[in-house]
Design a binder for this molecule. Structure first.
Ligand SMILES: NC(=O)c1ccc[n+]([C@@H]2O[C@H](COP(=O)([O-])OP(=O)(O)OC[C@H]3O[C@@H](n4cnc5c(N)ncnc54)[C@H](OP(=O)(O)O)[C@@H]3O)[C@@H](O)[C@H]2O)c1
Length: 340
């Protein structure tokens, strides 16, 4: 348990205030991606997070076919936990036609056994402009009805966020990938969110464990976690069709680890602290499967990154950043990204 208060940052002036570190709940419920996940560990990590003041919980209807939402809802039962928690969940873009969206919102509420969702995000951009208008109108209705408190988006690029804002929607948050190995949001979408007073929730701050000390080569990483553009497009399940940047990625990880060793902190601490130190990132998500991982990631918040260390991390990661480019979609090829 940290002996310091967790910092809070506001998403514009909408009344949504998020802790600088949020709990990613994708693994909750277990499933083919993350493997088995016990409810006992979920209960413990959720209760521990709340006690530490880390009260943002991030899930989605798509995570483990709804089981992540069910598991989170169970963990938040009793002892006033629900009222202390801020729950963010996401609807998949294919489910955003008005009647379907209503039904899916209701299903999420039922799975979590709650009467409102604090932050309801569209998980990926909706392809069609007309459908975008209808979706955001329906979300505004759901907010007026008290089913949701705030509207958010996820993985929306500059043009897509502009189109969503043009519907008149009040958008509290854009959830985007952000880590030392994925800095594509820095040049365009992050400044736009800042200018529009839209909060940013950064996801995959540990690149699913790659930004820690536990893997000794890229081949030790579980196959499902090697689908991003960092890895060769020939890896199983990959969809981006590119050569990948494996040598550059591994060299970058090694350089970050070297800086971590010199600073005396574990690599994961540096990765979490680096994202949380960015004032444009309202909340940094980290998936924690148990209280031990949560404690390690909480500890990172106490780390002050000196100016020369920040400069070193920038230098160590900018070549990979430039090679990956400004795209947001980590999983689709440059020309075919779902985000623009
Ligand atoms: N909006 C979107 O499209 C989107 C996409 C992806 C994720 N997300 C959200 O972002 C959250 C975080 O992303 P993520 O869970 O995919 O990736 P992540 O936070 O980068 O990595 C989480 C994984 O790293 C391992 N881990 C956690 N703490 C660790 C530590 N201190 N040292 C070593 N390993 C540690 C755990 O897995 P193991 O113990 O199994 O190694 C954990 O499940 C998700 O849960 C989800 O809520 C959103």
């Amino acid at each position: 348990m940290p002996d310091f208060p967790i910092k809070i940052r506001a998403c514009g002036n909408l009344g949504l205030n998020l802790p600088v570190l949020g709990l990613g709940c994708w693994a909750f419920g277990g499933g083919s991606y993350w493997g088995p996940q016990s409810q006992r560990d979920v209960d413990a990590v959720v209760h521990h997070a709340l006690d530490a003041g880390l009260n943002y919980f991030d899930t989605a209807e798509a995570y483990n076919s709804g089981d992540s939402e069910t598991s989170l809802g169970l963990a938040l039962k009793g002892e006033g936990r629900r009222t202390r928690a801020i729950i963010g969940t996401k609807v998949s873009p294919d489910n955003t036609a008005p009647a379907t969206l209503r039904a899916h919102c209701e299903a999420s509420l039922q799975r979590m056994q709650i009467d409102h969702i604090d932050l309801y995000m569209v998980h990926w951009p909706i392809k069609d402009t007309g459908a975008t208008v209808q979706a955001f109108d329906t979300l505004a209705d759901l907010r007026r009805e008290g089913k949701i408190r705030h509207i958010g988006v996820s993985n929306f690029g500059v043009q897509q966020l502009d189109a969503a804002l043009a519907t008149g929607a009040t958008i509290a948050v854009n959830q985007l990938p952000y880590s030392l190995l994925s800095r594509g949001i820095e040049r365009h979408i992050l400044p736009l969110c800042r200018d529009q007073h839209i909060g940013v929730i950064g996801y995959m701050s540990l690149m699913q464990g790659l930004l820690s000390d536990k893997f000794q080569s890229l081949d030790e990483i579980p196959t499902v976690r090697t689908r991003s553009r960092h890895f060769a497009g020939t890896r199983p399940g990959s969809r981006h069709g590119e050569a990948g940047l494996e040598a550059e990625t591994w060299a970058t990880v090694q350089a970050i680890r070297k800086l971590a060793r010199a600073s005396g902190a574990p690599t994961s601490d540096l990765a979490v602290a680096w994202s949380a130190a960015n004032p444009s990132i309202t909340c940094t998500l980290v998936g924690c499967r148990n209280s031990m991982q949560l404690d390690a990631n909480l500890r990172a918040l106490d780390l002050r990154l000196a100016t020369d260390l920040m400069a070193g991390l920038d230098q160590a990661t900018c070549d990979l950043r430039d090679k990956l480019g400004d795209g947001i979609d980590l999983f689709q090829g440059k020309g075919a990204g779902r985000t623009f």
